[in-house]
Write a protein that binds this ligand. Structure first.
Ligand code: ADP
Ligand code: MG
Length: 207
């Protein structure tokens, strides 16, 4: 089981990973977007970090909702509102719990993905974050249904997210700024899909 403190620790870890990979993510976005994805993500999680002390006393649904609102309000670009919506929807679905298990996490992620799809008017195959999120969720649901332990479920998710990132390379972007490039977006991995794989890996590393 995962308690509030661990959720906050993971959020702080996500901030470190976004900071460490800021340049890499920004370089990816330079190639097919406007070169700010790493900056956006690092800034957003730095704002979350500023609230960390206050967060720890809240229930897990509230921690995630507050995180989401911070990302929506403090991060420019499309990734802030999209990731922010994902965290808010996950928080609403998980609700006022002080401990969660894998079923809660997967339910939260599923709601988060639905939130991204609705807010982004997007789906898989369009070279976005959804192309690592959706296969990761599917792989984790499958492992969970097979009775695997938390670590094995998360590892399967990370592997699927990373494969999803690779799979964005041959895709033509049809959503977001990369879509302005059309065919010229082919051959490059999507920054948002990449940041999600990093975030999920950070969750996995916590177990
Ligand atoms: P911006 O594109 O506004 O500069 P970022 O660079 O921070 O914002 O984020 C870009 C990422 O956001 C893309 O790599 C993609 O994964 C994701 N993205 C953009 N538009 C959408 C959308 N409509 N649906 C899902 N994800 C999207
Ligand atoms: Mg950008």
């Amino acid at each position: 089981m995962t308690d509030q403190k661990k959720v906050v620790d993971i959020l702080l870890g996500m901030g470190r990973v976004m900071e460490e990979n800021k340049e890499f993510l920004t370089d990816l976005d330079n190639t097919i977007g406007d070169g700010d994805h790493g900056i956006n993500m690092a800034r957003g999680f730095a704002e979350v970090e500023k609230q960390a002390e206050g967060l720890a006393g809240k229930d897990i649904g509230n921690i995630l909702k507050t995180t989401g609102m911070t990302l929506v309000s403090k991060v420019g670009g499309s990734s802030g509102p999209l990731y922010g919506t994902a965290f808010m929807k996950a928080g609403m679905t998980i609700g006022a719990k002080t401990e969660i298990g894998m079923d809660d996490f997967l339910g939260g992620l599923e709601a988060g993905i639905e939130g991204v799809k609705a807010r982004g008017k997007s789906t898989t195959g369009e070279k976005t974050m959804l192309d690592s999120m959706v296969p990761a969720l599917e792989a984790m649901k499958e492992k969970q249904a097979a009775g695997a332990d938390v670590k094995a479920v998360l590892e399967a998710g990370v592997a699927a997210a990373e494969a999803g990132v690779e799979a964005t390379k041959p895709m033509v972007a049809t959503k977001g700024r990369a879509s302005y490039l059309g065919e010229r977006s082919v051959g490059h991995q999507d920054p948002g899909a990449t940041s999600f794989a990093f975030l999920l890996k950070e969750i996995c590393n916590a177990y």
